[in-house]
Design a protein around this ligand. Structure first.
Ligand code: C2O
Ligand code: CU
Length: 443
């Protein structure tokens, strides 16, 4: 493990500190008002934590908010006690209190961290940051660029509008905002140079917004999804679609001419298309004449599920407006296999959806029996997506968050190799709060 072990053979330790507090940030272009947000270390997004695969991360978290919080390391296969789920894996960090998270990073890739307590509001007010775990031998690119995508519902004075967790948002699309940011700022230009090769790490840190990005005049290649390498491919119709919590690593070759300017468009919501940012070329001569060979990332060492004799379960997601209204009467808009659960606010451990023996291969048949999009996230594991609506997927990609479009079915497979109670929920955070959450126990 070059570069990841200290002299004594122990993994190298990387230490960081995150302080969650109220802060002010300039989301909108300068000249407009600043916004009161909740932030880690006063920064939006929170500081990017970087370490090498196989290294150990120790993060001291301090809570300066007036309510409890936790930090969840989304997509990282951490031991259960480090997973940051209130009540289930740890008591919430009380105001004024602290907690130290420590784990070894098993997989290289693009991950992120966020609170798991009342996350629809805590994330919605700004608490999220990227966690980048570098390959032991990173691929050669000219620039490694991170875009943390954020979405805010602002009033005219740039303050964050209240009404978090409103029934309207919970029972529909979630709290989709009106202001999109890249790395905490409404972007305009992204300066590039002709011929350069960029590794673009996209993180959708929004509570509810789905992105469908088109890089006009460019042909991005997807090399990793949710941190896990995938057979390099151009996305369908050239559109990179990212639901909440999903990540994609792209190779973006700057193949256009010096001095040119190209829009990155987001066209997910019909009739609400907009230009997110422009790739703005300098006048410099191209860095190279033709793009280099495609980049292929080394696979992480994930346990491969064995499909014969695997354990099989169906998981049916229901609810929402236009859905079965039974749960609505109890104030919960969504359900998983007929049960609505939320966690955090005082809820004690909940009954697992099912119990898996450690080491078992498991195939879940996910059924979206609703008229809405749901990015479904499993903690503690990555899973392969085997089929969608019965048809094999082209790349059998490893994900930790799989988007189910309305009425879609998907089969996912994984080895239940991580002990503990793992949350399994929709990452539209208002849907999660509205009952679209379950737990899978590995014993
Ligand atoms: Cu990104 Cu259960 O969360
Ligand atoms: Cu959902």
């Amino acid at each position: 493990m070059p570069g990841s072990a200290a002299a004594n053979g122990e993994p190298q330790l990387v230490e960081a500190r995150l302080v969650a507090s109220v802060a002010r940030a300039q989301l909108t272009p300068s000249g407009y008002a600043s916004t009161e947000v909740w932030a880690y270390n006063g920064q939006l997004p929170g500081p990017t934590l970087r370490l090498r695969q196989g290294e150990r991360l120790r993060v001291r978290v301090q809570n300066m908010l007036t309510e409890g919080t936790t930090v969840h390391w989304h997509g990282v296969r951490v031991p259960n006690a480090m997973d940051g789920v209130p009540v289930i894996t740890q008591p919430p960090i009380e105001p004024g209190g602290g907690f130290t998270y420590e784990f070894t990073a098993p997989d290289a890739g693009t991950f992120f961290y966020h609170p798991h307590q009342r996350s629809y509001e805590q994330v919605g007010r700004g608490l999220a940051g990227a966690l980048i775990i570098e390959e032991r031998e990173p691929p050669r690119v000219d620039r490694d660029v991170l875009w943390v995508l954020g979405d805010w519902r602002l009033d005219r004075d740039a303050s964050i509008r209240g009404g978090f967790g409103s029934f309207m948002d919970v029972s529909h699309n979630g709290r989709v905002g009106n202001t999109v940011t890249i790395n905490g700022r409404v972007p305009d230009e992204f300066p590039v140079r002709a011929g350069e090769r960029i590794r673009l790490r996209l993180v959708n840190a929004a509570a509810a917004r789905v992105f469908a990005l088109q890089f006009r005049g460019h042909r991005p290649w997807v090399i990793a999804l949710d941190g896990q390498p995938v057979e390099p491919h151009e996305p369908d119709r050239g559109v990179v679609e990212l639901g909440p919590a999903m990540r994609a690593d792209l190779i973006l070759d700057m193949t256009a001419g010096p001095g040119s300017r190209h829009a990155v468009r987001d066209s997910f919501y019909s009739r609400l298309e907009y230009e997110l940012v422009h790739l703005t070329y300098s006048d410099e001569l191209p860095l190279r004449a033709r793009p280099d060979e495609p980049v292929r990332l080394p696979a992480n060492r994930l346990p491969e599920p064995v499909l014969e004799n695997s354990e099989r379960h169906a998981v049916v997601f229901t609810g929402g407006m236009m859905g079965n209204m039974r749960a609505l009467r109890r104030g919960m808009a969504w359900a998983v296999n007929g049960v609505s659960s939320a966690c955090g606010e005082g809820a004690s451990a909940f009954d697992p959806l099912f119990v898996l023996r450690r080491g078992r291969s498991c195939v879940l048949n996910l059924v979206n029996d609703t008229a809405w999009h749901h990015p479904i996230h499993l903690h503690g594991h990555s899973f392969r997506v085997l089929t969608r609506n019965g048809a094999p997927t082209r790349h059998r990609e490893w994900l930790d968050t799989v988007m189910l479009v309305p009425h879609e079915r998907a089969e996912i497979a994984f080895v239940a190799d991580n002990l503990g109670d793992w949350m399994f929920h929709c990452h539209v955070l208002e849907h999660q709060a509205g009952g679209m959450m379950a737990c899978i126990r590995v014993i």
